[in-house]
Design a protein around this ligand. Structure first.
Ligand code: 9MR
Length: 378
């Protein structure tokens, strides 16, 4: 017989000694890292500052136990690294990466540029580009990418170079404070990748976006394909597409039933891999919005969504990495998102593989099952 950690702690708290021979399931039988590693898939987690995250030794230990790699959730964004023009601050990122190195975890960067002005530093959005705006924009972009990539050098094996360049509502490429001065989005995106390649020639360079399998993302997927094609014809040095994989709620998929609605997703992945790109699941979590409030049913729904998505997506051997956007429910961004997490029951969201006590949930079992069933990576 096995007790879970919570049951064992409850017995101990009640002063009841654990009977001899009774194992405490301090950890599940197999870790995500072991199960995925057997098939050549690298598992990662996004690490951010804060009490439920980097400041919690148990959460750090869970990450080291379950993962091969980490990415900084926020500490390597432009807003953090260059909060004022020409002033760089690497403190937060360096601390997270130093810990990861000590634990033997590999490290990746997110994101050199986040295209939407809303997520760019306000100094950049309000910048006076002067009499030669193109030249000044190029200087600023080059200074940021060069300084940041050189600071980390070969310590990071992979970088999101460009994040979310497509407007999902219109399917158009976003214009930004930089694209308008640098000959449009395609020219500016090309420039970002070339700057990255020139400075960290050994790093994997990734275009990262949140297009998903749902019907509502048809324009988004089409636009990402057009962008990847345009960049390929320019010879832009991109190695992989990052599929953020903030999945669910999929009312449109679930209403139709079964896995058939993944047809469009497969077509998309066929096209991306047909162009020679690798794939990275870069920010995995599962929204529990629109699932029942009852915890057992909600956890089962989240696990089922995870399994359906991973079965299809991991059937592509080109997926080399799977990064979770937080390992536990209280370390996931959806917990504080009123519009995207399930709030109508007034209950905290449950969107990841581990609960607030860091005990594994059905989504964790679903991930292990998906890893067992997927084909080995090349
Ligand atoms: O999870 C991140 C959250 O903590 C930040 O406040 C937010 C803004 O920097 O970014 C979140 O992460 C986003 C990621 O960088 C890009 N894809 C979408 C992620 C969730 O919004």
């Amino acid at each position: 017989m096995t007790l879970n950690r919570r049951q064992a702690l409850a017995l101990l708290a009640a002063g009841i000694a654990l009977p001899p021979g009774l194992a405490v399931a301090a950890r599940p039988g197999v870790t995500l890292k072991e199960a995925a590693g057997r098939k050549g898939l690298r598992i990662g987690n996004a690490m951010a500052g804060g009490p439920n995250r980097f400041e919690n030794p148990a959460y750090r230990a869970l990450t080291a136990r379950e993962c091969h790699a980490i990415v900084c959730e926020n500490a390597t964004k432009w807003t953090t690294l260059q909060p004022r023009p020409g002033v760089f601050d690497f403190k937060a990122a360096d601390a997270i990466f130093a810990w990861a190195r000590k634990e033997g975890l590999k490290r990746r960067g997110h994101t050199l540029v986040w295209q939407e002005d809303r997520w760019a530093p306000s100094w950049l959005v309000n910048y006076d580009f002067g009499a030669q705006p193109g030249r000044e924009a190029e200087r600023i972009l080059s200074d940021h990418i060069t300084t940041v990539t050189r600071h980390f050098g070969d310590d990071l094996y992979s970088w999101d170079v460009m994040n979310e360049a497509v407007d999902p509502a219109t399917g158009e490429l976003r214009e930004s404070v930089l694209t308008r001065r640098l000959g449009g989005p395609v020219a500016q995106i090309d420039m970002c990748f070339r700057l990255a390649r020139a400075n960290v020639p050994r790093a994997q360079l990734v275009y990262n976006d949140f297009m998903g399998p749902e019907a509502g993302a048809t324009k988004h997927r089409a636009s990402v394909l057009r962008l990847l094609e345009a960049l390929k014809s320019k010879g832009t040095p991109i190695d992989a597409l990052g599929m953020q994989s903030h999945i669910g709620p999929w009312s449109d998929l679930e209403a139709k039933g079964g896995k058939a609605p993944f047809r469009e997703w497969r077509k998309f992945l066929d096209e991306v891999t047909g162009m020679g790109y690798k794939l990275v699941i870069s920010e995995f979590d599962v929204s529990d919005k629109a699932l029942p409030g009852d915890i057992a049913r909600r956890d089962a729904g989240v696990a089922a969504r995870a399994k359906d998505y991973l079965d299809v997506t991991l059937s592509y051997r080109q997926v080399t990495d799977l990064f979770m956007w937080g390992l536990s429910d209280n370390a996931n961004w959806l917990r504080s998102q009123k519009s995207m997490a399930m709030r109508e029951h007034g209950m905290p969201s449950r969107t990841t593989a581990f609960d607030d006590e860091l005990a594994p949930k059905p989504m964790y079992e679903a991930m292990i099952a998906a890893f067992r069933e997927m084909p080995p990576r090349g």
